[in-house]
Design a protein around this ligand. Structure first.
Ligand code: GLU
Length: 398
């Protein structure tokens, strides 16, 4: 993923006429922190925080708990955050954190201890005007609440603006939970309009986590012309060309079930889903889901990157050569960090906005950002993915 992000920055930077120094400046990270967390049961975990760029505002980015977390992954995700906040047009920079752990193996007490110790290891490097973490893969409002509490004890800060993605009772924002999925809908709707792809729009969705499930549930309510025909989780899923009910799928997942268990259509694997003949393929699982190995199988007209880095550089090049539009992660999933910024603003100003106001602001930011990316694509003869990087680069270079 780091390689993919850096290749895109280099390629787009060159197309825009940047010097080598300017490109390297965009690639380099400002600061990298790593430490060991030891829990009271004696187990050890590697923890990271990478601060990539703060020229536009405080560092901003989530914390991931996953066994796959390592330095390069966190570097890549931190880099993507700087470009994401720049495309979104919010006054924040980019960072990312993570712990190499499988949180499903931990008791609730151990998870709390891990979360609090993560903050202890980083207390001097984070804060409302320095670096503002948020949830990412396998972290949620409960984990963030523990972290805020720990940070308040260590620093005395009471603004609640030290973290975003908090619970509502603890200074969180209405609409934050659904924001990444909702943002994906806004971006997809705008791009489909611009490309004159009209309904019924068939959709295959990979990944039924927080982002994918909110995308499907909100789309079912608000986009009657879109038809979800396939969905998978990590163990596979189902395909039904007549359409699937997101609500039904979600109810099953909420009770701990797997999508593949549902007898609502033909059962399919994740690889099969990627090759389905649909209008839109949505990648909302983990990174590198599409690579040069399976990109040839793709038949979708358009791919929306709702996860971070779900397509490798080589996979993306194959898709671009076939004329498949890729709506990049730094635009498609920026709804989460946009509402994080709105949460931070509410905390700073001691305000509490209605969900309607939050969603309206989200809509304004994303319609504008999508327009700017599309205009840049046409003006500079770029792909959508390159255009998103170009817009970000123009805001990040000094
Ligand atoms: N983890 C989310 C992302 O990758 C949100 C980050 C944030 O809200 O700071 O964009």
């Amino acid at each position: 993923m780091l390689d993919t992000a850096q290749k895109l920055i280099r390629k787009t930077g060159k197309k825009l006429g940047l010097s080598n120094e300017q490109v390297e400046e965009l690639i380099n990270t400002d600061a990298e922190h790593n430490f060991e967390i030891q829990l009271s049961d004696g187990s050890n975990y590697k923890a990271y925080r990478v601060q990539h760029n703060n020229r536009r505002g405080p560092y901003k980015g989530g914390i991931r708990f996953h066994p796959q977390v390592d330095y390069d992954e966190v570097r890549a995700l931190a880099t993507l955050m700087s470009f994401k906040t720049a495309v979104a047009g919010i006054p924040m920079g980019g960072s990312k954190g993570g712990v190499s752990v499988d949180p499903r193996q931990l008791s609730k007490e151990a998870l709390e201890e891990l979360s609090r110790k993560y903050v202890r290891g980083l207390k001097d490097h984070i804060g409302p005007d320095k670096d503002v973490p948020a949830p990412d893969v396998n972290t949620n409002a409960q984990i963030i609440d523990w972290m805020v509490d720990e940070y308040e004890k260590l620093s005395g800060d009471k603004t609640k603006a030290s973290f975003t993605g908090k619970s509502l009772e603890n200074g969180g924002s209405l609409g934050r939970d659904a924001a990444t999925g909702r943002g994906g809908i806004i971006v997809l709707r705008e791009i489909l309009n611009k490309l004159s792809i009209s309904g019924p729009v068939t959709i295959a969705l990979q990944g039924w986590g927080n982002v994918g499930s909110f995308f499907a549930l909100v789309a079912e309510q608000e986009q009657p012309d879109w038809k979800l025909v396939a969905a998978t989780d990590s163990s596979g899923g189902i395909y039904n060309p007549e359409g699937l009910s997101a609500k039904e799928l979600n109810n099953h997942k909420k009770t701990g079930g797997k999508l593949a268990e549902l007898k609502l259509g033909k059962s399919i694997s994740n690889e099969h889903l990627i090759g389905l003949e649909v209008d839109v393929l949505i990648l909302a699982a983990l990174e590198d889901a599409v690579s040069d190995k399976n990109a040839d199988a793709l038949k979708a007209k358009l791919v929306l990157e709702l996860a971070n880095g779900p397509i490798t550089y080589e996979g993306y090049e194959k898709m671009a050569a076939k004329g498949i539009h890729v709506v990049p992660d730094i635009l498609a999933n920026s709804g989460g960090v946009i509402v994080s910024y709105l949460e931070w603003l509410q905390n700073k100003n001691h305000e509490h906005w209605s969900e309607e106001k939050v969603n309206k602001e989200l809509e304004n930011y994303l319609v504008k950002a999508t327009d700017e990316v599309y205009e840049s694509m046409k003006k500079h003869n770029l792909t959508l993915k390159e255009a998103a990087f170009a817009v970000a680069i123009s805001r990040l270079v000094s």
